[in-house]
Design a protein around this ligand. Structure first.
Ligand code: 7UC
Ligand code: FE
Length: 307
């Protein structure tokens, strides 16, 4: 295993998902908790093998909208703009905004796996920001102001119109989004259950509104200021907090979705690209108190249309 210095990334050159032992997997998971991202090089997995491997790392959860599902493996979320024999799968242009996967849900994921299948020549990568590192860097007065605060998260800003939505009134679709994925509340700062690190849990994509410790709405400028400090408002991706992983064919990326926010690299030209994602829960609560904050929020309604 090769450690890649300060970029919070471990490159694992001699790991074979198919022959890894239980103890290899527990070392790998510890590396991810500690270093945030591991890159397994030169993997050759069928969709079925990929899902099997993921089940040894955690508990996969299929995305709530079937239009993202791989036709044979619903636990694989397909981001793709590729057509084969006039047929396409998954959804194009996913995740091109700063977010943590499922932050708009009651139980966000512990881990994300990305296994690119078709890698574009130019825009081949994902940006990351470590929100633990961001929290650590905040001035004391801001850390104090954050104590006991919460933030509401919603998918509405980046909800993708489905093929079945064509010709439907937008008001009806908007009502449906609010009913199926009502906003959820998370602590603005929580302690990572494994590393004990404090994480500033906000994102440009999903965070809507912060509330102070008494439940009163806070000024929008505060959330905006935190997003600016974290580097998520920097369209040039030049903040020192921003890191990029460039994909090579065979890479399987495995990251800590509690502490990292990520953003798919923006393509400047239209190029074929396809990537298979699996998201996992681990044996810990996402963070302490996560259930209490959302007791009154109904579970998401899963629909079987829209594929
Ligand atoms: O199409 C997308 O960018 C999917 C996004 C709204 N959600 C990804 C997730 O897991 O939170
Ligand atoms: Fe994502």
């Amino acid at each position: 295993m090769i450690k890649c210095g300060t970029i919070n990334r471990v490159e694992v050159a001699d790991f074979d998902c198919k022959t890894a032992t239980d103890s290899d997997l527990s070392v790998l998971k510890s590396l991810v908790y500690e270093n945030k991202i591991a890159v397994l090089k030169n993997q050759h997995l069928t969709p079925g093998e990929y899902v099997e491997f993921s089940k040894r790392l955690g508990t996969p959860e299929a995305y709530y909208q079937p239009m993202y599902h791989h036709p044979e493996e619903k636990n694989i979320f397909v981001s793709s703009n590729v057509s084969k024999d006039g047929k396409r799968m998954g959804v194009p242009h996913t995740g091109k905004f700063w977010h943590a996967d499922y932050a708009f849900m009651k139980k966000p994921f512990a881990f994300t796996l990305i296994y690119p299948q078709v890698i574009p020549a130019q825009s081949r990568g994902t940006y990351f920001i470590d929100m633990g590192e961001v929290y650590e860097s905040l001035p004391e007065d801001i850390k104090t102001k954050l104590e006991g605060t919460t933030c509401k998260h919603s998918v509405r800003k980046y909800f993708k119109i489905r093929p079945t939505d064509v010709y439907r009134p937008i008001s009806e679709i908007l009502r449906e989004i609010e009913r199926e994925t009502p906003e959820v509340t998370h602590a603005s700062v929580f302690t990572h259950p494994v590393t004990d690190e404090k994480i500033l849990y906000i994102s440009e994509g999903f965070s809507q509104q912060m509330f102070d410790r008494d439940g009163n709405p806070m000024a929008d400028e505060f959330l905006e200021h935190l997003l600016i400090l974290s580097g998520q408002k920097d369209n040039a991706f030049s903040s020192p907090f921003v890191r990029m992983h460039q994909f090579e064919k065979g890479d399987l990326l495995f990251w800590d979705n509690r502490s990292l926010v990520h953003c798919a690299l923006h393509a400047t030209v239209a190029e074929p690209t396809e990537s298979f994602r699996i998201t996992l829960h681990d044996q810990y609560d996402f963070c302490q108190g996560v259930d209490e904050l959302n007791q009154s929020v109904a579970d998401p309604v899963l629909r079987n249309v829209g594929t």
